[in-house]
Design a protein around this ligand. Structure first.
Ligand SMILES: *Cc1c(COP(=O)(O)O)cnc(C)c1O
Length: 341
């Protein structure tokens, strides 16, 4: 298979249309069998539920070429399960787990020429999503839905190595207690845009959100979970019902405990504790781990010991181990790697 004519190491994180996308429609209470199609446009009512009341959720995962030349993706079963949770909370029909995984496999296989080669640093980003497509004017769930899945090649998240970032404690909240912070709803992102633009304008890379009720506990950023390393080498991640359960974070905690033999804790993490941490990182599919060098709380700076030039040693070990598993250089725990081709 001849690869698409793309300068793999110089593409950014933007949308590049690929050959095929998967579409399934939910009508009269049932999903149709779905199909791979070439048309990248959607035609819908001006009054579609998604356009009026943001009834939509999404997922994100990646496919890539391993060292031995296979095309694989990482734990798609967990994306399928998380999307089911999102759909239930948004009164949307669930798309069955096995069908979700099959749609991932079929769509990636149909776009094989867009899967970046091993070693390029680039990957094929896969975006499954669902939305209410039938007209809704009174506030209620739509009757008809569309599930879609497309993929787009994306460049290495860090050009020239992972440099630590600077984040600020946000004065805005991301998720309310008992709200929708634990699901991947589009609305969570819409309302984070103001805060992230404001952070960027002031020279920060990301917002650290605290718990909305007490503003004393660390939650997450707009799109990534936190992992901290204490001075005695324990890997700690915040526990809260309003954090989105990152698959990367869950995998890193497993790697820390079961593969690296580190002590791990998932527990409430008070902002007061952050100044005593040895390392801090943000985890998500896009970057795996972004090291955090500095947290700024209204002018007070917390600087982690590893500084602004490189990852801390434990963060680096976690990063190297998980990316090694993903790229097929290290043996993966059972069920983590779905081979597509
Ligand atoms: C998607 C997302 C993450 C990262 O989850 P992964 O499954 O690791 O990609 C973290 N936080 C939020 C708010 C997210 O939407």
């Amino acid at each position: 298979m001849e690869k698409a004519n793309i300068d793999w190491s110089n593409i950014g994180f933007g949308y590049i249309p690929t050959d095929k996308r998967f579409v399934a429609n939910y009508k009269n209470g049932a999903w149709d069998e779905g199909a791979l199609i070439t048309d990248d446009k959607i035609v819908m009512s001006e009054c579609a539920g998604v356009l009026q009341y943001a009834q939509t959720c999404f997922e994100g995962l990646k496919a890539y070429t391993t060292e031995d030349g296979h095309i694989v993706c990482f734990r798609p079963d967990l994306n399928a399960e998380r999307m089911i949770d999102s759909c239930k909370r948004l009164e949307m029909p669930v798309f069955p787990k096995e069908r979700f995984i099959q749609a991932v496999v079929d769509t990636v296989a149909a776009n094989e020429r867009f899967v970046p080669p091993y070693g390029s640093g680039a990957t094929l980003y896969i975006r499954p999503y669902m939305f209410g497509i039938s007209p809704v004017i009174g506030v209620k769930p739509a009757e008809d839905y569309q599930f879609r899945l497309f993929c787009t090649p994306v460049g290495p998240y860090f050009k020239g190595g992972a440099k630590p970032i600077t984040i600020r404690v946000s004065d805005y909240d991301r998720a309310a207690p008992h709200g929708t912070g634990h699901i991947k709803a589009g609305l969570n992102y819409a309302m984070s845009l103001f805060a992230i633009q404001d952070a960027h304008e002031k020279g920060f890379d990301e917002n650290m959100y605290l718990d909305a009720a007490t503003r004393t506990k660390v939650e997450e950023t707009g799109g990534a979970n936190f992992i901290f390393v204490t001075k005695d080498g324990t890997v700690v991640t915040p526990k809260s019902d309003s954090i989105l359960p990152s698959i990367t974070r869950r995998s890193l905690m497993y790697v820390a405990k079961e593969i690296l033999g580190l002590k791990t804790e998932e527990r409430p993490v008070y902002f007061e504790e952050v100044k005593d941490m040895a390392e801090c990182g943000l985890c998500g599919t896009a970057a795996v781990i972004s090291p955090v060098g500095k947290v700024v709380d209204h002018g007070n700076e917390i600087c982690f010991p590893a500084g602004m030039e490189e990852m801390g040693p434990v963060t680096k070990k976690l990063y190297d181990t998980l990316t090694g598993i993903q790229m097929g250089r290290l043996e993966a725990p059972e069920g983590w790697i779905k081979v597509i081709k």
